[in-house]
Design a protein. Structure first.
Length: 501
């Protein structure tokens, strides 16, 4: 219960590094890799009179429910869904958290456990409650718990969340009665101040007003930008200028930052494996043609420290052990207890934005996502001008003349087994591609994502169905939106049956 006692809302990540997600149909639940969407956030309600039980409410205002309906006839495992609260069936909405190391098991009313299923369809991405007996499925019932600040839930579901918040806690024997948003706001003046603030309480609180920071790992070593202007490493010399990272805030997001080294290059989560055959991918400092999701980091508070999460769900990790691991920095998801603290960082603010007494806090001006035109009012440019670094000349050289971007921008999503795409209306990931051939573009996607034999598809404007790309691409200046389909998916099998592959 210690994972939930103080948490108003959480995200639950299963053994496949996918999150428990509430479908938009407001009934189904499943697993999704898109941990940053609202669907993966669950409000925690403590059950009155039962100190060891909780309820979990989705952003749709419906509860995680363990039913007695079999997921598949003749197979073990029963359905888990979202449903409205029913006082007569309150046991089905209650879950008992049981600690298992750094993770939890959630036991349902009948003694079974919330389970994130793997394997082939229809099991893939499904959620059931079951009592796994096979050794290979033991970890399917283990969940990582990530605390989420309530202001993150202020979106189109604001009325539902505010209604819950208005009761001071979530311990009622039944859901709080609905309240209007205006009445909640008036009775929660301090909360409305927080929710209107550019900086959410939580991980971003460590970077409030910060122009430059140092990041100290659990080894008491600092994140350093190497003099080769490409590598990053750890070192105990926190007084080095290379330990200073300039903070940029991403337009349109109030929980995402970029970090720039003194060489004017961004901290990037690359797709390159650190060592072949081993987990963990390289973290580098680069100046990409386009500021895409690889240079974006989400600070997540963990007590007095933070974790820096990539948009792919990995965490910035300071490695220990023997060479070549010693002093290296990668992004990864630690699964061993001994390495859980390797993703925790202390934040030292070394330079702040000074404001006049009457000036309102505002995020510093930052470059647009489709531009590298670093004007003098960006935090990095101001710092370069005032600090007189040895690399001043090289930093200024690219600040006034952004490199010309060649090729087309391609936005992409990865489809689920049945062809569904989470948040397809959102821009998604992107890459720059210079060619015109589908085969060449497919190889580029395989290098970018690490997915083998991926099928590049487009959605027909006539019937909204997916079709593999077969023809030459339009000219380079045309932006494209595509969907990647895995070769083992149901969609790919349908393509083969239809003779499209």
């Amino acid at each position: 219960m210690e994972f939930f006692n103080k948490a108003k809302a959480v995200k639950l990540r299963g053994h496949l590094d996918k999150y428990l997600s509430a479908d938009s149909d407001q009934e189904k639940v499943r697993q999704s890799r898109r941990g940053w969407t609202q669907k993966t956030k669950w409000i925690v309600e403590l059950v009155e009179g039962k100190t060891n039980l909780i309820r979990l409410k989705s952003v749709h205002g419906r509860y995680l429910t363990a039913t007695d309906v079999p997921f598949l006839l003749g197979m073990t495992g029963q359905k888990v869904v979202q449903s409205d609260f029913d006082k007569g069936l309150d046991r089905k909405f209650e879950w008992e958290p049981i600690r298992d190391g750094f993770q939890v098991k959630l036991r349902s009313w009948c003694g079974k456990y919330l389970r994130a299923n793997g394997s082939t369809p229809p099991w893939r991405n499904s959620i059931t409650h079951d009592d796994p007996r096979a050794t290979s499925t033991r970890n399917w019932i283990l969940w990582d718990v990530e605390s989420v600040e309530l202001p993150e839930l202020m979106d189109s579901y604001a009325e539902s969340v505010l209604s819950s918040l208005a009761s001071d806690d979530f311990s009622g024997s039944e859901p709080p009665s609905p309240m209007s948003v205006s009445s909640v706001k008036s009775s929660r003046h301090s909360f409305s101040q927080i929710s209107s603030n550019k900086f959410r309480l939580g991980g971003m609180d460590f970077f409030r007003n910060a122009k430059a920071v140092r990041l100290r790992s659990h080894h008491d070593k600092y994140l350093l930008a190497d003099d080769d202007e490409e590598s990053v490493t750890q070192d105990r010399n926190g007084s080095s200028k290379s330990a200073r990272w300039f903070v940029e805030y991403v337009p349109g997001y109030d929980n995402i930052i970029r970090l720039k080294s003194i060489f004017g290059k961004y901290l990037i989560a690359s797709n390159q494996p650190f060592l072949l055959g081993m987990t963990g991918r390289k973290v580098l400092q680069t100046l990409p043609h386009r500021l895409d999701s690889s240079v974006e980091w989400e600070p997540i508070r963990d007590g007095a420290q933070i974790r820096l999460k990539t948009r792919y769900g990995n965490f910035l990790r300071a490695n220990g052990g023997l060479p070549p691991w010693r002093n290296s920095v990668t992004h990864d998801i630690p699964h061993r207890t001994a390495t859980q603290e390797w993703i925790l960082w202390d934040v030292d603010v070394v330079e702040i934005h000074v404001r006049s007494p009457g000036q309102k806090p505002a995020a510093p001006s930052v470059p647009r996502l489709d531009s590298l035109d670093f004007e003098s009012d960006t935090p990095s440019a101001v710092s370069f001008k005032s600090a007189n670094f040895s690399r001043q000349e090289s930093a200024d050289s690219y600040a006034g003349s952004p490199p010309k971007i060649e090729g087309r921008t391609i936005y992409y999503h990865v489809a689920e087994d049945n062809g569904d795409v989470d948040d397809e209306d959102v821009q998604g990931y992107s890459l720059i591609f210079k060619g015109n051939g589908v085969e060449e573009m497919t190889r580029k996607f395989q290098e970018e994502t690490g997915l083998e034999d991926v099928i590049v598809c487009t959605r027909s404007p006539l019937n909204a169905k997916l079709y593999p790309l077969r023809l030459q691409l339009p000219p380079n200046n045309v932006t494209m939106h595509v969907i990647l389909v895995l070769p083992s998916s149901k969609v790919a099998r349908d393509f083969e049956e239809q003779g499209l592959l």
